[in-house]
Design a protein around this ligand. Structure first.
Ligand SMILES: C[S@@+](CC[C@H](N)C(=O)[O-])C[C@H]1O[C@@H](n2cnc3c(N)ncnc32)[C@H](O)[C@@H]1O
Length: 207
């Protein structure tokens, strides 16, 4: 379940961004939050990058500083239109992550920030298969998302956040072993790192 604040946060970008910035304090601020999933990945100005479920371009903004070939994809045309205004350096596609309009082996890197927790279980599996399909051989899927805290002190803040803003799919993600899901699709070299008392997970996996 969630509260009236969830639709409001999607309607008013200032509210969404304020919540994101406050949440990011747990890892030292938004800049660090947006770069955590990219740490250690070799990105150059020609790397073809997909920002999957890019929203209004919150991380796209950081990706375009690293490469001139960034594409943002989101199911919401409202979010895509906002992203086009805020981060015009990227290309954008309004489409479903589980049915991407890209050929096979298109991207060096697929990135996603705090989006997978919005997916139903089977939908999530379809998306992982699609990510695998559009990645070049040896390409990397890197993402950050919610995780079940390992430090009990982080449970109250995560539970409050989830109660206010998230739906059942986010609770389900806490019980999902994403490394196993990635391996089932064919990904290898899956590396998982936890932050903010375990309430955030970063996973990098190679095709
Ligand atoms: C919580 S927001 C994250 C936005 C942004 N990546 C960020 O870091 O703030 C989740 C985004 O996923 C998008 N989304 C949800 N389901 C989707 C799907 N099946 N395909 C593509 N985008 C989807 C939503 O429209 C929303 O913009």
């Amino acid at each position: 379940m969630s509260t009236f604040l969830r639709p409001l946060s999607y309607q008013y970008p200032w509210l969404y961004n304020t919540i994101s910035r406050l949440s990011a304090l747990a890892v030292g601020g938004e800049k660090r939050f947006r770069s955590l999933s990219l740490e250690g990945i070799n990105i150059n100005s020609n790397s073809k990058i997909l920002d999957l479920c890019c929203g209004s371009g919150q991380t796209t903004e950081f990706l375009v500083q690293k490469s001139s070939q960034v594409t943002g994809l989101d199911a919401s045309s409202t979010a895509i239109n906002r992203a086009k205004q805020i981060v015009p350096e990227a290309n954008y596609v309004n489409a479903l992550a589980e049915k991407m309009p890209f050929p096979e082996e298109e991207f060096d890197l697929v990135h996603s920030s705090v989006a997978l927790h919005e997916m139903e279980t089977e939908q999530l599996r379809e998306i992982l298969r699609e990510v695998y399909r559009v990645l070049k051989p040896e390409g990397i899927f890197a993402f950050i998302d919610l995780h079940k805290p390992t430090n009990v002190l982080f449970w109250p803040s995560l539970a409050t956040f989830m109660w206010l803003f998230e739906t059942e799919t986010a609770w389900n993600l806490l019980d999902t072993n994403l490394v196993n899901e990635l391996k089932a699709v064919g990904f290898k070299d899956c590396e998982k790192h936890l932050y903010a008392g375990g309430s955030l997970q970063v996973i990098q996996a190679r095709k």
